[in-house]
Design a protein around this ligand. Structure first.
Ligand SMILES: CCCCC/C=C/C/C=C/CCCCCCCC(=O)SCCNC(=O)CCNC(=O)[C@H](O)C(C)(C)COP(=O)(O)OP(=O)(O)OC[C@H]1O[C@@H](n2cnc3c(N)ncnc32)[C@H](O)[C@@H]1OP(=O)(O)O
Ligand SMILES: NC(=O)C1=CN([C@@H]2O[C@H](COP(=O)(O)OP(=O)(O)OC[C@H]3O[C@@H](n4cnc5c(N)ncnc54)[C@H](OP(=O)(O)O)[C@@H]3O)[C@@H](O)[C@H]2O)C=CC1
Length: 552
């Protein structure tokens, strides 16, 4: 009987003259050999058929890229895509695969696109608006489902958030129940789904309401009434996004007896740490919008608790955990549904005050082009101080600049930008002014299940994260990949900052003189102080001139 493992040349010769099944055995030996040097996770996905929802999104693209690059022999990657902004599904996918995020897999596997099979779908519609033909194909082929699609807007009307994040998930679960080869269903939730609790374990908490009752209610209730009662309905959740993500988790848990399922809870997903390359980011969500606003000198003050933990997590770390969880769920089939808190705060904490410092210092060394003002960040948890700085550093400069635009015959726009920024800041304050504690036993357990090769290829060990380097790459990545600014423009950008600094000095000096003149005209004491200061400056200058003359 041949040894499985390392068939030597001599054995290969023997095999040729043995029963035909030995040829099969030899192929198996070679495959096992190849896979024994490969990672088990990558080997698992080879030959599998995977379904990804939300594949056109920020995380979905990184997930698809990593899967196609690490498991090039994956059978197929089905993606649910809807027509959007006048583009058909095909056009969207064609544009998506041109994205820079796929440059690495394009280099490793030039024909990676052949593995991608788009399916027309709309998750808010019955049966996800998937055609009968496509449904049949999914039901007969899919081995693993990654459910990323969701609305992530904090200001999403409750009805739409329920339709997509809850009912859309429900519809997908019903479809998954019928999948004949399903081995794992991985649902992407958020670490803030239970943000109404301070300590969040890797368990599913009882839902705040019976989902069906709520969905039936919003189904017939007038939209304006729903908007009005939303704060009452969501209770101590800060927004419809986290509320509906909590409801969806409970629905997913109910499917445990039908198929193997797991839930991943990422915290604030930021730019990539290493893969596909450092600093990759493609939207303004999470911290990215604020980072850009700070780099442009628009955001000058932010209400944060400087000592509160900023639970950022790089997108590639989340994706590595998601793929590892998919493999573990399918291979080990845990008896209880696994929940993985994908966070950094409890393992490698970093605070909002530190983020602000590193963001500003990075942009001073690598400035963004055409900054509105010199990057600076007053971060305070005090509401009144924050309001003072908003008035002085946001509203006043915006009004002055809009006045200048009007004078020069241009359309004012700064106040509009600041109003949008202040709306975002208000919605994000909930997350920047407090800390949470997430347990991470399951994430740590999963790491222990990985071979050394898997830990290297699917690294989600956040203890290795060097925050100052990560934030610097994040800022530079935002500059390059979000604003499409070339690094060669940095000298000109620095020159622009010097110009802004001179304008700032001139403005401050003028303002000081104007204020002082007003005081001097009204107060003898102010005049005496002014004369004293002027005479002091005059004496200093005379001394300075005299000493420099003596030296020569
Ligand atoms: C001092 C320096 C500190 C810097 C670092 C500090 C960071 C503080 C922020 C912390 C983030 C905490 C987030 C916790 C999230 C919890 C975990 C999750 O699960 S998050 C899931 C993802 N969701 C989010 O991140 C929030 C989603 N965003 C929203 O809900 C909305 O953006 C909004 C906050 C409600 C605002 O909506 P609004 O309609 O007003 O604006 P849009 O976001 O739609 O943007 C309109 C338009 O402008 C573009 N845009 C947005 N921001 C910027 C920017 N900074 N610079 C340039 N352009 C920007 C955006 O792309 C839109 O363009 P378009 O219309 O073409 O799409
Ligand atoms: N980003 C973050 O910081 C965090 C995200 N998460 C979770 O990760 C997942 C992915 O988030 P992220 O990638 O940032 O989100 P994005 O907004 O970037 O992507 C959302 C995806 O969902 C799809 N989608 C939205 N509405 C529909 C619909 N009606 N029908 C079909 N598809 C739809 C979008 O498709 P389209 O391109 O057509 O709009 C897009 O592909 C979400 O479940 C989110 O809750 C969790 C924690 C943090």
């Amino acid at each position: 009987m041949h040894r499985i493992g390392n068939a030597s040349g001599e054995e290969s010769q023997k095999a040729r003259f043995f029963h035909p099944c030995s040829q099969y055995l030899l192929q198996e030996v070679r495959r096992t050999e190849r896979e024994s040097t490969m990672s088990s996770i990558a080997a698992y996905y080879n030959g599998k058929t995977v379904l990804i929802t939300g594949a056109t999104g920020f995380m979905g693209k990184v997930l698809m890229e990593k899967l196609l690059r690490s498991s090039p022999d994956v059978e197929a990657v089905y993606i649910l895509v809807r027509p959007k902004a006048g583009q058909s599904m095909q056009e969207r996918v064609a544009n998506m695969v041109k994205s820079k995020v796929f440059d690495r897999v394009r280099e490793d596997c030039p024909n990676f696109q052949e593995k991608i099979k788009p399916i027309n779908a709309e998750l808010t519609q019955p049966n996800l608006a998937i055609s009968a033909k496509d449904s049949q194909e999914l039901l007969s082929q899919i081995n693993v489902v990654f459910h990323c699609a969701a609305t992530v807007r904090f200001d999403e009307p409750l009805k739409h958030a329920l339709l997509l994040n809850v009912m859309g998930t429900q519809q997908l679960l019903l479809l998954a129940r019928q999948m004949q080869k399903l081995e794992a269903f991985i649902h992407i939730s958020t670490a803030y789904a239970n943000c109404n609790r301070r300590n969040i374990d890797e368990v599913i908490y009882p839902p705040p309401v019976e989902t069906k009752k709520l969905c039936d209610l919003v189904d017939w209730l007038d939209e304006s009434i729903i908007q009005e009662i939303t704060p009452k309905l969501i209770g101590d959740w800060p927004n419809t996004y986290t509320y509906t993500k909590a409801l969806a988790e409970y629905l997913v848990q109910q499917e445990k007896e039908h198929f193997d399922v797991a839930i991943i809870r990422p915290s604030i997903v930021g730019a990539s740490w290493h893969e596909p390359f450092p600093g990759w980011i493609d939207n303004f969500n999470g911290a990215s919008g604020m980072i850009i606003a700070a780099g442009k000198g628009i955001l000058q003050t932010l209400k944060v608790n400087n000592d509160a933990v900023a639970d950022l997590i790089p997108v590639d770390v989340v994706i590595n955990l998601i793929l590892a969880a998919g493999w573990y769920t399918a291979i080990h089939r845990p008896k209880t549904m696994m929940v993985y808190n994908c966070t950094t705060g409890g393992i490698n904490p970093f605070c909002w005050g530190e983020i602000g410092y590193h963001v500003i210092s990075t942009f001073k060394r690598n400035p963004l082009e055409q900054a509105f003002r010199i990057p600076r960040a007053q971060t305070t948890s005090n509401h009144l101080i924050n309001q003072y700085w908003i008035t002085v550093s946001h509203k006043a400069p915006a009004m002055l600049y809009d006045f200048y635009l009007r004078l020069t015959g241009r359309k004012p726009r700064m106040m509009k930008i600041f109003n949008r920024l202040h709306k975002s800041m208000m919605l994000l304050e909930y997350f920047t002014c407090q800390s949470w504690e997430w347990s991470s036993e399951n994430m740590n357990m999963l790491m222990t299940q990985l071979s050394p090769e898997d830990r290297r290829l699917f690294n989600f060990d956040v203890r290795q994260l060097h925050w100052s380097e990560y934030i610097e790459n994040y800022c530079i990545g935002a500059k390059k990949y979000l604003l499409n600014e070339d690094m060669s423009g940095i000298p000109a950008a620095k020159q622009h900052l010097r110009k802004l600094r001179n304008i700032q000095y001139a403005f401050n000096t003028t303002l000081l003189v104007i204020i002082w003149r007003i005081f001097i005209a009204r107060s003898q004491m102010a005049r005496n102080i002014w004369y004293f200061v002027v005479s002091l400056c005059y004496k200093f200058l005379s001394y300075f001139r005299a000493s420099s003359t003596l030296r020569h």
